[in-house]
Design a protein around this ligand. Structure first.
Ligand SMILES: Cc1cc2nc3c(=O)[nH]c(=O)nc-3n(C[C@H](O)[C@H](O)[C@H](O)COP(=O)(O)OP(=O)(O)OC[C@H]3O[C@@H](n4cnc5c(N)ncnc54)[C@H](O)[C@@H]3O)c2cc1C
Length: 641
């Protein structure tokens, strides 16, 4: 919506490089009926896990078990999180015994996401690259949310982002974050050079109107580029809904007459966007499904998003309000998208921390196609080691937190508990599990750590045989307000180093789809809790069927046939996705120092706390800044700054 409706930069905007699009602002969708799938063999090989979710057998698209090339259910995949849930459920609350590895470190980092990797980077920068550092992560791949998806087909590699999409931000990158990006060799200003602006020439943004909510299934191209009356004229809408939506999108009416600007802002802050549409803009309830897919930042839906936030994101319906512009995104943006998203940042960090993982010191160009040697991550002769498939269940001081002789860290790997000792620990994992792992924390801090609720979402990548149906239908991306996935788009056309984005519609390509499960009518946090539970109990086969059905319905008129045209797919399940954004429109307004994430991230003896959660904002720069702050805490705890 941001882009296509109000058009901060004028009119039809290329949305493809803005995550807000998806997880963010725009969004309008649809759904489907079961079909037997080309990828069904993956589902058939499923095994059941504790949470009841079918676990597709690891399926390497390159024939190996190389983590980025595994398709099926990824992200927080079955097998990665069960121990953490046991910790949450109190199964390790008493004394925890473990096999002593005899390993001693200067620093142990819990969590191998961008914040954890950056913590190790900053620590080495402060104290020397020869310091002994161990990074522990529960997944089979590093990067946390910044995950790479690879598909291999007919000898060619197709890259996609499994999570963290781009360098982009509503908050300017700090000096620290910018410096790190630049030290990794990333020249953000060069982005346009790598983006092929011609690939999708002539293709527009489509909206899929579904028969369950409108008068039939139809994909209409031209959202944001065609005049709204023309777009709605082609849509399968009843005359009343058509006229209602057309008027809302075209008229310049002040829906809060008689209020001053400041009174309007105050009023909008205290009502949902849905209430604004229904009660003030006079939108018909039957028109609301058009807005159903909109997910403003942090999974704020039409029913939970404050109207003022919707306005700031560029939502429709404020043209006559005469409110001063207050965009959340700054157009002088710092933006860069790698073919695998910010997984490249994670890979670059790993290449600096453990040089033998990639041969030589890879450049920003060469790392895009470079293969990581996962065996090299954890070698005794390297000062920094990254140990995967290792879930930390206990972190405790040896001695009193004020004057400890060290910190004991226990993790589960291959069904056994192991322990290492460190001078300092950075908890760069999700903050709300920290209270179960560090039992010695003060109660006030534990309560604060329990406050946030991460946003659940799926990032799904589908490898298609070709994208001719898209071309035929004139679309490069589709909003489906009521769809299983509410937004789908063809791969962002970035070519970097030896990697070439698919540029010919006859070639295979990756379509990226996003789903924000939710439960309208509940509070934002409650919607997230219910959605997480839904995600954990939804088998892969169901998601796969929905994808087949949805793509068939959206693209069928263009000749698409899911059974034939879907070559492979990876569903990245992020039940614990975006960091919870603390927002005084929904959360209690209080001084910064008293906010839950600020209390929650306090250093506890030799244990410091990082992760984007500690900054209460789901952004890469926040993860980096929090890493730097946590390392300062570590140094302070040893009287080193
Ligand atoms: C789908 C998605 C898309 C996003 N897109 C963007 C974007 O485009 N731009 C942007 O700036 N930001 C984006 N973000 C925000 C993103 O979260 C941050 O950018 C950043 O990657 C977060 O890094 P982190 O290290 O703080 O946390 P994480 O990436 O979550 O890393 C924490 C790691 O700790 C592990 N862990 C947890 N508990 C334990 C334990 N007990 N033992 C061991 N390991 C544990 C976790 O499994 C995880 O691997 C996105 C987030 C998501 C989920």
């Amino acid at each position: 919506m941001t882009t296509t409706r109000r058009g901060k930069d004028g009119e039809a905007r290329t949305v493809i490089d803005r995550r807000e699009f998806i997880g963010g602002v725009v969004a309008t969708t649809l759904l489907g009926s079961p079909a037997r799938s080309a990828t069904a063999s993956v589902a058939e090989a499923s095994s059941s896990t504790k949470d009841g979710t079918a676990a597709p057998a690891a399926s390497g698209t390159d024939g190996s078990d190389y983590p980025p090339a595994l398709s099926g259910l990824r992200g927080q995949y079955p097998g990665s999180f069960e121990i953490a849930h046991e910790a949450r459920d109190g199964q390790f609350s008493g004394p925890v015994s473990a096999e002593d590895t005899g390993e001693q470190y200067d620093l142990v980092v819990v969590g191998g996401g961008i914040s954890g990797l950056s913590s190790a980077y900053f620590f080495r920068q402060a104290l020397g690259a020869d310091r002994k550092v161990l990074i522990l992560d529960n997944h089979d791949d590093f990067g946390g949310h910044a995950k790479r998806n690879e598909f291999h087909h007919d000898g060619r590699m197709y890259l996609a982002f499994g999570g963290t999409m781009s360098i982009e931000t509503p908050f300017p990158y700090s000096y620290t974050a910018k410096t790190l990006i630049s030290e990794l060799g990333i020249d953000v200003s060069s982005y346009q050079k790598h983006l092929d602006h011609d690939v999708y020439q002539g293709l527009e943004t489509g909206v899929f109107f579904d028969r369950e909510h409108f008068d039939g299934d139809r994909l209409v191209a031209g959202m944001g580029t065609r005049p709204w009356p023309k777009l709605f004229a082609q849509a399968p809408l009843s005359p009343r809904v058509r006229s209602d939506l057309t008027r809302l999108h075209t008229e310049t009416v002040d829906y809060l007459p008689g209020l001053s600007v400041s009174e309007k802002i105050e009023a909008l802050k205290h009502m949902s966007y849905q209430d604004y549409l229904l009660k003030h803009a006079g939108v018909l309830p039957q028109s609301l499904p058009f807005f159903a897919g909109e997910s403003f930042r942090n999974n704020m839906r039409v029913d939970t998003c404050p109207a003022y936030t919707a306005f700031r994101y560029g939502a429709i319906g404020f043209a006559g309000s005469k409110l001063p512009p207050d965009p959340i995104y700054d157009e002088t943006k710092y933006n860069f998208h790698f073919p695998d998203g910010n997984a490249t940042i994670a890979r670059l960090l790993v290449s600096r921390l453990v040089p033998s993982v990639f041969s030589g010191e890879p450049s920003v160009e060469s790392i895009v196609t470079a293969r990581a040697d996962y065996q090299a991550l954890d070698q005794a002769n390297h000062p920094t080691r990254i140990r995967l498939k290792s879930t930390v269940i206990r972190v405790e001081h040896l001695g009193s937190p004020a004057n400890p002789s060290g910190v004991r860290i226990v993790y589960m790997r291959d069904g056994r508990a192991h322990q290492v000792v460190a001078d300092n620990v950075v908890m760069a994992c999700f903050n709300n599990i920290v209270r179960f792992i560090v039992p010695g924390l003060p109660e006030e801090q534990k309560r604060a750590l329990a406050y946030p609720s991460k946003v659940p979402l799926y990032y799904t990548n589908v490898l298609l045989r070709n994208w001719e149906p898209w071309k035929k239908l004139g679309v490069k991306e589709i909003h489906a307000p009521n769809g299983y996935h509410t937004f789908s788009m063809l791969n962002i056309p970035v070519s970097l180093g030896e990697y070439r984005c698919p540029a010919d519609p006859r070639e295979p390509t990756v379509v990226w789809m996003v789903r924000n499960p939710n439960k309208p009518g509940l509070s934002r946090k409650e919607q997230q809790r219910v959605a997480r539970a839904e995600m954990m109990s939804t088998p892969f086969e169901r998601i796969e069927r929905e994808i087949h059905s949805q793509l068939d319905r959206m693209l069928g008129r263009g000749g698409f046939d899911a059974r034939r045209d879907i070559l492979d797919l990876t569903v990245n399940r992020w039940a614990h996705g975006y960091a919870y954004t603390y927002d005084t429109l929904g959360d209690p307004d209080m001084p910064d120092a008293e906010r839950p994430h600020v209390i929650g991230r306090r250093a506890f003896g030799r244990i410091a706390i990082a992760n984007a959660d500690a900054g209460a904002a789901a952004f890469t720069n926040v993860a980096i800044d929090q890493a730097q702050r946590a390392i300062q805490d570590c140094l302070l705890s040893r009287g080193l700054t």
